[in-house]
Design a protein around this ligand. Structure first.
Ligand code: SF4
Length: 331
């Protein structure tokens, strides 16, 4: 690991000031991904700005019925929070299906948003990787690409985003609050992460001096009927091959509201807007669930080892919607 300077910030303004003043600096919170990447010399910051002392570790109810989640709320605390479990079960379930208990105890909400792909070639410094070293090529294209993207990929990168939590946030229409040099702004979660295009080295639309301060969940009463399903190679401590986050409201047999997002299929959490269009206002039955899933996956492209994900994603969408329709979506 390369030597680096360390500073600890006590408030958000100081943290932003420190990152602005220092070249090649990174914020450090739980460190569960960044420190691994530094050990492997994939990330080589000269300065780490420790933000764990900032007062951003609260989950708070908002006046309009939404919830604000501080950027430093630990994943385990968020998953166990009673409000989250009751009003947004999809989020609690998604977090509990990620990583291990030890990692969830360390990992933070903001850090989870910033974690990087688990593409094997990204971690192998002998491999060609446009994300790690722009312009060098992508060994995953012709390599072992079983875990890679089927939607929104480019010829420069076919990596997937590894987070479970962010897939649930995408389904819930969350908003990310950030602060930078003299500017505070909000970014809808679906615009926070980027597709790779020809700049796969840039994962998010966050500016270098911007710090995530909180994530806001809107009031979404029907999200009480929501769930997360993760399909993976083993039952724990594995990333998603495909995952589905969904919330569903059915009234008199008709779909009144639906939110659907996919994980393990793209460079960012994939909001399934095409499927939602098919579903909204339609009769809630298996036929329409299948048609919606097929519509969403119409644009999918498989590579040598991951074409199975297309059918897997379709089947998982149908299965989740059937469960939600039978367990509480219908009134
Ligand atoms: Fe690198 Fe992306 Fe190719 Fe993986 S898929 S090797 S992260 S460029």
């Amino acid at each position: 690991m390369k030597n680096f300077a360390y500073a600890r910030a006590q408030d958000a303004d100081t943290a932003v000031q420190l990152i602005t003043q220092n070249q090649n600096a990174k914020f450090l919170s739980g460190g569960t991904n960044l420190v691994d990447l530094m050990r492997e010399n994939i990330e080589q910051p000269d300065h780490l700005i420790d933000v764990t002392g900032l007062p951003l570790a609260q989950v708070e109810e908002l006046p309009g019925g939404g919830v604000s989640i501080g950027a430093l709320v630990r994943n385990s605390h968020l998953a166990a929070n009673q409000i989250i479990r009751e009003r947004y079960p999809v989020l609690s379930q998604a977090i509990l299906m990620g990583a291990s208990a030890q990692i969830r105890n360390m990992a933070t909400t903001g850090g989870n948003l910033m974690q990087r792909t688990r593409c094997y070639y990204f971690y192998d410094t002998d491999a060609r990787c446009n994300k790690r070293e722009p312009g060098t090529g992508c060994d995953a294209l012709e390599g072992f690409n079983r875990i890679h993207a089927i939607l929104g990929a480019s010829d420069d990168c076919i990596a997937t985003h590894p987070s479970d939590m962010c897939v649930a946030l995408a389904a819930l229409d969350a908003t990310v609050h950030v602060t930078g040099t003299g500017v505070e702004r909000t970014i809808p979660i679906v615009e926070f992460h980027r597709l790779p295009e020809d700049t796969p080295q840039i994962d998010t639309n966050l500016q270098p001096d911007e710090l995530i301060t909180s994530v806001e969940l809107p009031a979404l009463p029907f999200a009480r009927n929501s769930m997360y399903r993760k399909v993976r190679d083993r039952a724990s401590y594995a990333f998603a091959l495909v995952s589905v986050a969904a919330a569903l409201e059915v009234e008199d047999g008709t779909i009144k509201n639906v939110r659907l997002a996919l994980g393990g299929v793209a460079h960012k959490p994939w909001r399934a807007t095409e499927a939602e269009k098919v579903l909204t206002g339609a009769k809630a039955d298996e036929e329409i669930f299948k048609r919606a899933a097929a519509e969403e996956l119409k644009a999918a492209r498989g590579y040598k080892h991951n074409s199975f994900k297309i059918e897997l994603a379709e089947r998982t969408i149908v299965s989740v919607l059937k469960t939600l329709a039978s367990e509480g979506g219908a009134r």
